[in-house]
Design a binder for this molecule. Structure first.
Ligand code: PEP
Length: 254
């Protein structure tokens, strides 16, 4: 079902005390101020997941997500984290294919297809990230590039499996740069993604897919972005590190 979702990607930020303070504040603010049916997802660093989970008990409005998982279920992969481990500690979502992992860890569309499979097999909802670089946009190959990311990492799934996928369109040139896609640019790409999904899975599946926007979204621009008919929510980086600002983004989506 198409859901309104606002996910906070904390990336590699916060000490334990800071992480606990942030989750406590967000949970309280969401409880007191958010009345709509938006699903909030917090994606802290791996080491804080079990601690953060304790603060989310009984809070169906705020779910727990990880920032990545390995494509194998277990094995000799020093320093990595597997999907069954995340499942075993109560994680519900996992960000896959973030542009920072594509850039710094060399993640490929084929590898991401495997990560999507293992995440789904272990009850995790993938938040699958896609998005083009500035050069690709300037060369006007951004639509093809993003379509290919979906085709190569997601279109092997059955319609039933695809129903569990959340997609985040994150233009690389807008991530952490303060440059936000205009609402027209966001809507244009989201509509194209929905059309691409419809071409593979049919209009009903496409209409039920949650498409999030990410890239310097904040309390000032969120309402305009979320007003776009094909933007169902946001994946929020920098603005998710401050409880007041993040909650304001959530409220813009409720
Ligand atoms: C992100 O990294 O997913 C992101 C959207 O970051 P920011 O909001 O800081 O641009």
């Amino acid at each position: 079902m198409r859901r309104k979702i606002v996910a906070g990607n904390w990336k590699m930020n916060k000490t334990l005390d800071e992480a606990v303070a942030l989750v406590s504040e967000v949970v309280n603010m969401v409880k007191d101020e958010v009345t709509g049916d938006v699903q909030v997802v917090l994606c802290p660093p791996f080491v804080y997941l079990t601690t953060i989970r304790q603060y989310l008990q009984g809070q169906s409005r705020v779910a727990l997500g990880a920032q990545n998982c390995h494509e194998k279920a277990s094995g000799a992969y020093t320093g990595d984290i597997a999907a069954p481990m995340l499942q075993s500690i109560g994680v519900q979502y996992v960000i896959l294919g973030h542009s920072e992992r594509r850039q710094y860890a060399g993640e490929t569309n084929a590898q991401l297809a495997e990560k999507v499979n293992i995440a789904l097999a272990h009850g995790l909802t993938p938040i699958f990230c896609c998005g083009e670089s500035l050069e690709q946009r300037q060369a006007e190959i951004h639509f093809d590039f993003v379509r290919t990311q979906l085709t190569e990492s997601l279109f092997h799934l059955s319609p039933e499996q695809f129903a569990d996928i959340v997609i985040a369109y994150e233009p690389i040139w807008a991530i952490g740069t303060g440059l936000t896609a205009s609402s027209e640019q966001a809507q244009e790409m989201h509509a194209l993604l929905r059309e691409h999904i419809a071409g593979k899975y049919g209009a009903e599946v496409a209409d039920n897919t949650s498409l999030l926007y990410g890239g310097s979204a904040n309390e000032k621009n969120a309402a305009e972005l979320f007003a776009c008919p094909d933007v169902d929510g946001g994946l929020i980086g920098g603005a998710s590190l401050k409880s007041r600002e993040f909650t304001n983004v959530v409220k813009a989506r409720q």
